[in-house]
Design a protein around this ligand. Structure first.
Ligand SMILES: Nc1nc2c(c(=O)[nH]1)N[C@H]1C(S)=C(S)[C@@H](COP(=O)(O)O)O[C@H]1N2
Ligand SMILES: [Mo]
Length: 243
């Protein structure tokens, strides 16, 4: 018979099995005792989601009328304002690092790739959620274009307003992970991250970087910025924000 005591004793055991299974994919700030609960969440999600299921998609009638726009809603930088005034025709997205063909992609080029449109629910860590339709190019398609090298493990994103964050390949290559340039059938509005934002549907709102300005492909995060993998880590936000 499984007693309560046995069950409780089983939790650390199950945890260590999960951790062993995921050891090679653990990000640098994970795996310590301090971060045990985040690490366990990460490890169990990876196990449960190993077949890369899609998150729920909705019909267009479920789209939220007034999708909140939060934090930065129009970056003040002169360069950004210039690009905006020019309809982003001069905008380029540099992609470099562990790729065989580093590139500076225009919006036109991104739009020329096969696109994906999905109506999904955005869940902000601050407690609100809203549904919108997003159109963009799957990040995996773009990585294929620049020739991602076999040793690549992470994709690092930088933004106009100084945010930065990263995904491992498991999330970067998920079919619903998009570089989105459209929202609700129109262009992506400035307030929501024009010209291009990240959609990473299996994670909380703060991972969906707006105003993406640069992408780097890498095999380690400890030498990127402060080594934590994301700007939010310094404020106590988990690098992995799976939902
Ligand atoms: N560059 C940038 N990206 C960002 C943010 C930001 O302040 N700057 N805020 C994040 C948070 S916490 C959320 S919930 C979503 C909000 O996206 P929205 O403004 O389109 O609703 O963007 C995320 N991406
Ligand atoms: Mo958020």
């Amino acid at each position: 018979m499984i007693t309560r005591r046995k069950l409780l004793a089983g939790i650390p055991a199950a945890g260590s099995v999960l951790l062993t299974a995921c050891k090679d994919s653990l990000p640098p700030t994970f795996g310590s005792l301090f971060d045990a609960s985040n690490t366990l969440t990460f490890a169990s999600h990876r196990l449960l989601l190993r077949n890369q299921p899609l998150v729920r998609e909705f019909t267009r009638d479920k789209i939220t009328k007034n999708f909140p726009a939060i934090n930065e809603t129009n970056p003040k930088s002169d360069r950004y304002q210039q690009l905006l005034a020019g309809g982003f025709s001069e905008w380029r997205l540099p992609i470099a690092g562990l790729v065989s063909k580093p590139a500076e992609l225009s919006l036109e080029t991104l739009r020329s790739f096969p696109s994906r449109t999905q109506v999904t629910q955005h869940n902000c860590e601050q407690g609100w959620s809203a549904i919108a339709e997003w159109t963009g190019v799957p990040l995996g398609r773009v990585l294929q274009e620049v020739g991602m090298l076999p040793q690549a493990r992470y994709v690092v994103f930088h933004t106009v307003d100084g945010w930065w964050d990263s995904l491992d390949m498991f999330d970067a290559l998920h079919p619903q992970t998009l570089l989105a340039y459209g929202m609700n059938g129109g262009e992506l509005p400035v307030a929501h991250g024009a010209p291009v934002r990240l959609r990473v549907e299996r994670q909380l709102g703060y991972k969906h970087l707006k105003y993406v300005s640069r992408i780097d492909v890498t095999d380690r995060l400890d030498d990127v910025e402060d080594g934590t993998g994301a700007v939010g880590a310094a404020y106590g936000y988990s690098w992995y924000a799976g939902i």
